[in-house]
Design a protein around this ligand. Structure first.
Ligand SMILES: Cc1ncc(COP(=O)(O)O)c(C=O)c1O
Length: 394
């Protein structure tokens, strides 16, 4: 017996590769706006989280290049010691202002941000309560924390109430929810979460990775969308989506952010965000603030695609965001649909268990403000042709 036995027994990836049905780790050779080159073929990207289309904005690319010229390629250290640049501090100040909160702190990824917040705040004797469909980074962070971990059925407020009412009144409690759920694109029932959170004396953390820049009139996310910004204690975001960069952050009250800064192992024991990525986030934040028309276009695209899929007979599930799933159910059919789309020049993401429950496999599509109507019409036509050819559509 060896610790590696499981690795030798794992053959599913090779089997899928042999069948030409392996969709992961695909090397992209070049990015041309919303088209990417794969194996020499130009493919329309509808599988990226580049919601505002800022990935290749000239101003954004120039800011990254200038930052490398000024600060070098990396920071070679943690924020705590030698890895704080003036632009990290500037970015945190700008984020706190944008989100209308007292303070912000940045981490090197969104994944680390959730780890940094939750393991730092939820200690022995505390409880953390999560939606079962929360992102993997939240689930892992809860496992790593020393607190009790409780989950409630997805967006089910009766179940949240059941969990909260089962806990000791004296326990300190943190509820953590995704603002926009990343696979099916539905929103958390934030009014319900806030009502119960207040009734049971909990603090609330919203992971708004997919909501920031997208939801709310000013792009401040899911809490702005619901008019509940003053009711939420902490909002975390990532730069890997609307901000077209790499890194994450959390905003909230100054004392809480300072505590996280001085206790979070994910922050203190890891190198800080690279200069190019910080400069990118600053440049995209400028554009998020100055160009609300990007958000308007994104929502027009979202409506067009959702109604386009539905008119063909596809089930788009509970989506309320630019993440639009095409529900297939069966894993094999999902991979076949993914492959047919790829052949026709459309990049999508097939999503199977454990990212979604068993039997609820789907093709995840997501859109950018810069997609053209011509690109979108091509995507819809390919979905219709492939769905009919595979017997998914009648
Ligand atoms: C809801 C949610 N939270 C956190 C993360 C982690 O963000 P990052 O990609 O910056 O590590 C993601 C990204 O997949 C996400 O979808």
């Amino acid at each position: 017996m060896s610790i590696f036995d499981k690795c030798f027994a794992f053959t599913r990836a090779e089997e899928a590769q042999q069948l030409g049905l392996y969709p992961y780790f695909t090397p992209i050779q070049e990015v041309r706006g919303n088209k990417v080159m794969i194996d020499g073929q130009e493919v329309i990207m509808v599988g990226s989280n580049n919601y505002l289309g800022l990935l290749d904005h000239p101003q954004v690319k120039q800011a990254a290049k200038d930052a490398i010229d000024r600060y070098g390629a990396a920071t070679c250290g943690s924020r705590f010691l030698n890895g704080t640049l003036d632009i990290h501090v500037q970015l945190e100040k700008r984020l706190a202002e944008f989100m209308q909160t007292e303070a912000a702190v940045t981490f090197s990824t969104g994944f680390q941000t959730n780890q940094g917040i939750i393991t730092t705040l939820v200690g022995r004797g505390d409880a953390v309560i999560t939606d079962r469909m929360d992102h993997a980074s939240i689930i892992d962070a809860c496992r790593l924390s020393y607190g009790e971990v409780h989950t409630f059925h997805h967006n089910d407020m009766d179940d949240l109430k059941r969990v909260l009412s089962s806990l000791d009144e004296g326990i300190d409690k943190l509820i953590v929810v995704d603002g926009v759920f990343s696979m099916e694109g539905d929103l958390t029932n934030l009014p319900g979460v806030v009502e119960l959170g207040k009734a049971y004396n909990c603090q609330i953390l919203v992971d708004d990775a997919h909501g920031l820049g997208v939801m709310g009139i000013n792009g401040r996310g899911t809490a702005e969308h619901f008019g509940l910004e003053d009711q939420i204690d902490l909002v975390m975001g990532t730069f890997s989506k609307s901000f077209a960069s790499l890194g994450g952050f959390v905003v909230g009250g100054a004392k809480v952010i300072s505590y996280i800064k001085h206790h979070s192992r994910a922050l203190i024991f890891s190198a800080s965000i690279t200069p190019a990525s910080v400069a990118t986030a600053l440049a995209t934040l400028d554009l998020i603030e100055k160009e609300p028309e990007r958000r308007e276009r994104l929502w027009a695209i979202t409506d067009k695609m959702r109604s386009g899929f539905q008119a063909m007979g596809y089930d788009t599930g509970p989506t309320q965001s630019p993440v639009i799933p095409v529900m297939v159910g069966d894993d094999a059919k999902t991979f076949m649909l993914w492959k047919a789309l790829r052949k026709q020049g459309v990049f999508t993401n097939p999503v199977v268990y454990p990212a979604v429950p068993h039997g609820q496999a789907l093709i995840r599509t997501s859109y950018s403000a810069t997609h053209t109507d011509e690109e979108l019409d091509t995507v819809l036509a390919c979905f219709e042709a492939s769905g009919k050819a595979l017997g998914i559509l009648s």
